[in-house]
Design a protein around this ligand. Structure first.
Ligand code: NAG
Ligand code: NAG
Ligand code: NAG
Ligand code: NAG
Ligand code: NAG
Ligand code: NAG
Ligand code: NAG
Ligand code: NAG
Ligand code: NAG
Length: 744
């Protein structure tokens, strides 16, 4: 349970309801400032009663008093290196393009540097923070490192901030969110913009702390910090995916009118650490001892099926806010708040399909939820047709991804004559090759295959090697394992064949969402022409949402408008979430390898095991200390028609137009939608310098379209709308019993 979430949610709610400022200066229990850090851990017990309001400094002093566990960290890093070799982008990251603002990163050699330098770190916390920073610096939120010591406390502050422009075009000022809320409720309230935070220029400060956000570009990282409609923003809440980063005892805000306010920084004991009896903690050493005895989720047997495991997704699920009264009456409204459809009261013929999540993994009945999603998209489109709506805004703000089948289905409902591309590949390194070689040998022997299926397949995520369940970029079957394996070398790294889902495949191992069927509307013209559609983005869309954006942009030719970003003019990328494929948790990875070792031994298949695979089969320290939230991304994705076959993640893509937030668009979705539509249709309503960028459709980027590819990934100019990949080819002909629910 994340106490933090509820504290913040209610703080924001209270602020919104009473129009008071977001927490002013509620001084937590005073702490003698003379307290030496050595004793900090012993003080925690005093604060862990009702409030959980531990002064951030005490929590941080406690963490940094835990001595470095040198031997254990060496083992952990050795095991992590083996795990990270499987990450699809480990090679690509070593040589990133100019446009990648994080710069190149050699994950493995950076881990070695930390390992070689363990005795120079001040504390165990600092070591793990350094490892976590590497995962953050990939900019890919599918690639996660968290650990026991990092997850004891969540750090947050009692102040949220937001940027507001007078008209959506002028460079915005930064305000305390509570001030904006108060002024929105009462014009008479006089407020002043922020000039400095902790003595530093406010923009420099925000850009600095945005460095801890796990998004691909700085505008997206910056956006995630800030207060957004019904979201506190991570400036308040933990500064990245799961954990907060300590940043001083307080946040001092200086306003333009000369006023200064001081907000406390707070630490909350998080889920994993709730079972700690703090009265037993006397210092850093004893905290570490207790921590090592805590039962973590990774210790518990995982009873879910292989298919369910493959579909699991550590999601940061975002929902359509329930408490927001500013939405118009919805035309359709998903009961798990994943999507809703609206007709605007103010702009007559514009309909809005808001999709806040594709993720059904955390709802009570994901089958039901998924069916409802499909049904409501269908119903909404029918209503649009009935009411003669000709224009559509796809509001994808906050959408962090989810089920692949839903994104594909939604795309195909919007464009019944077009086929999504959705291509991916694996990193063809030694471990991946060995598993595939062994599985391939098993396949050649019916007896062995039978034994394998009945005894081992539950533990092993064979789906990542089942080339039969995929098709190549042209939609043709993949003849054999060697064709799939390649390797194909790009950017000095090796990959498997770029491949796509077989949309008509009903094989149980590739089919993950029980009984999923595409709606499969009869092939015909779309209800909305692509030029009468626009995606409304906020930089935070990623994973399945990024795939949805990719199909809409590169196959259908739909433009985008993005909102927010740094407080300066110029272009902004439409999305900053990951554009990668399927993920695997550390424990799924090691279980697959352990299962393969057992299976190859039992079936008499020789030469599978290597010292590396043996270690990866049982990475004891890694699973014990960092198994709960650890995951890698096992597939990257590739753009249709990109002859360089670059990892899509590193493709720089500006939105077609950018707007800044105004108070009105921040609080009133209809005002935001109206502004987005106006900007989509009139470039004078776009921030200066934000339109006609070469990577955007308005600047000349040519969507590949729905046509087929010729043999390789080369654009086929002759194939337009009736190439090899028509819907008929793989959907209609095959009764569409596909169940595709890989989660991106
Ligand atoms: C070793 O770690 C210390 C403490 O974090 C750091 O200041 C130093 O730069 C590191 N040295 C190397 C060679 O990485
Ligand atoms: C100065 O600005 C702050 C922040 O908006 C506000 O709370 C305060 O009332 C202002 N002071 C004056 C004198 O207007
Ligand atoms: C959508 O439905 C939920 C109940 O499932 C409800 O709480 C929410 O207020 C509805 N949203 C709107 C905008 O009416
Ligand atoms: C979930 O929903 C599906 C489809 O409505 C239904 O068939 C199934 O029985 C439900 N499962 C549970 C556990 O309620
Ligand atoms: C494996 O499965 C077969 C049935 O296919 C069964 O007869 C055999 O006992 C199993 N072997 C092991 C080691 O479990
Ligand atoms: C890629 O594969 C080729 C052929 O198997 C091999 O020689 C080469 O060393 C590999 N490169 C990398 C970076 O792994
Ligand atoms: C896709 O899967 C279906 C059903 O398993 C199969 O019949 C078809 O041959 C596959 N398509 C290709 C191109 O391999
Ligand atoms: C592999 O075999 C060992 C020894 O029999 C057993 O403890 C372990 O659970 C097996 N692991 C898997 C993933 O099958
Ligand atoms: C096929 O697999 C079985 C079971 O592992 C094994 O006994 C047999 O020798 C294998 N046959 C061949 C031709 O490899």
């Amino acid at each position: 349970m994340y106490l933090l979430g509820s504290i913040l949610a209610s703080a924001v709610l209270v602020a919104a309801q009473t129009s008071t400022l977001i927490p002013t200066s509620s001084t937590p229990s005073a702490v003698p400032s003379s307290s030496s850090s050595a004793e900090a851990c012993a003080k925690i017990a005093k604060f862990t009663g009702d409030t959980n309001n531990i002064p951030a400094k005490i929590a941080h002093d406690c963490l940094t008093s835990v001595p470095v566990a040198v031997e254990e960290d060496e083992a952990l890093i050795n095991q992590l290196k083996l795990m990270w070799e499987w990450n699809s982008e480990t090679g690509w990251l070593k040589n990133t393009p100019e446009t990648w603002d994080r710069g190149s990163l050699d994950l493995i050699s950076e881990l070695d540097k930390i390992k070689g330098n363990l005795s120079n770190y001040d504390s165990e916390y600092d070591v793990h923070l350094a490892i976590q920073k590497l995962s953050i610096d990939t900019g890919n939120y599918h690639f996660l490192f968290g650990s026991d010591i990092l997850s004891i406390f969540l750090f947050w502050r009692e102040v949220a901030m937001t940027t507001i422009s007078d008209d959506g075009l002028k460079v915005p000022n930064t305000y305390v969110a509570g001030d904006i809320i108060a002024q929105h409720a009462d014009d008479g309230v006089s407020i002043s913009p922020i000039t400095k935070v902790n003595g530093q220029d406010v923009q420099e400060y925000l850009e600095k702390i945005a460095d801890w956000e796990q998004y691909t570009n700085l505008d997206a990282r910056y956006n995630n910090l800030l207060f957004r409609e019904a979201k506190p923003g991570s400036l308040v809440s933990p500064a990245q995916v799961f954990y907060g980063v300590y940043d001083d005892a307080a946040t001092t805000v200086t306003f333009k009118n000369g006023t200064t306010r001081r907000y406390n920084n707070i630490a909350t004991v998080s889920g994993v650490a709730e079972n700690i009896d703090w009265s037993e903690v006397t210092d850093g050493k004893s905290l570490f001892k207790i921590l090592s005895k805590l039962k973590t989720a990774a210790d518990e047997p995982d009873t879910s099926s292989a298919a369910q495991k493959a579909a699991r997704h550590l999601s940061r699920r975002t929902l359509i806010p329930r408490d927001n009264t500013n939405y118009p009456e919805p035309v359709v409204n998903h009961s798990d708040a994943m999507m809703a459809g609206y007709f605007m009261d103010t702009v007559n013929d514009v309909a809005v399909l808001q999709i806040s999540s594709f993720d059904t993994s955390s709802v009570d009945n994901s089958t039901e939820s998924s069916r409802e999603f499909q049904r409501l998209v269908k119903e909404f489109l029918e209503q649009c047709q009935d009411k003669d709506k000709k224009k559509l805004i796809l509001d994808l703000r906050e959408n962090q991804g989810g089920d692949v089948d839903l994104l594909l289905d939604t795309f195909m409902q919007l464009f019944p004559a077009e086929m999504p591309f959705s291509a991916q590949r694996y990193r063809a390194q030694d471990g991946y090759k060995r598993v595939g070689d062994a599985l391939n040998e098993i396949k050649k022997n019916d007896t062995a295959q039978e034994e394998f299926d009945s005894n081992w397949s539950e533990d092993i995520l064979t789906t990542h090697w089942d080339y039969e369940d995929y098709v190549d970029v042209n939609g043709d079957s993949i003849p054999d394992w060697d064709t799939w394996l390649g390797p194909f070398t790009y950017n000095e790294d090796n990959f498997t064949l770029t491949s796509r889902y077989n949309m008509s495949n009903s094989n149980k191992n590739s089919v993950l969402g029980e009984g999923f069927k595409f709606e499969n509307p009869s092939s015909g013209p779309p209800i909305f022409e692509p030029e009468n559609m626009v995606m409304l983005m906020d930089g935070l869309c990623g994973s399945s949402c990024a795939s949805f954006h990719e199909e809409l942009k590169n196959v259908a030719g739909v433009k985008s408008v993005v909102v927010g970003g740094r407080a300066k003019e110029g272009p902004m990328q439409a999305l900053g979430g990951t554009k990668g494929g399927t993920i695997l948790s550390f424990s799924e990875m090691s279980q697959t390898i352990a299962g393969m070792i057992n299976a190859t031994e039992a079936l008499g298949i020789e030469g599978f095991e290597t010292p590396e695979l043996k270690a990866l089969a049982n990475p004891e320290v890694l699973l014990r200390r960092a198994g709960v939230d650890g995951q890698i991304q096992i597939q990257d994705q590739v753009r249709k028609g990109d002859s360089s076959e670059s990892t899509l993640q590193y493709t720089y893509e500006d939105a077609d137009c950018r707007m800044f937030w105004t108070t009105k668009t921040l609080f009133e979705p209809q005002a935001l939608w109206a502004a987005a539509w106006a900007a989509h249709t009139d470039e004078n309503k776009c921030v200066k310098g934000s339109t006609k960028q070469p990577s955007s459709i308005s600047g000349g980027f040519k969507p590949f379209g729905a046509g087929g590819l010729k043999g390789s990934m080369e654009q086929d100019d002759t194939a337009t709308s009736t190439g090899g990949l028509t819907r008929k080819f793989s959907l209609v002909a095959c009764a569409a019993t596909t169940l595709l629910s890989f989660l991106l």
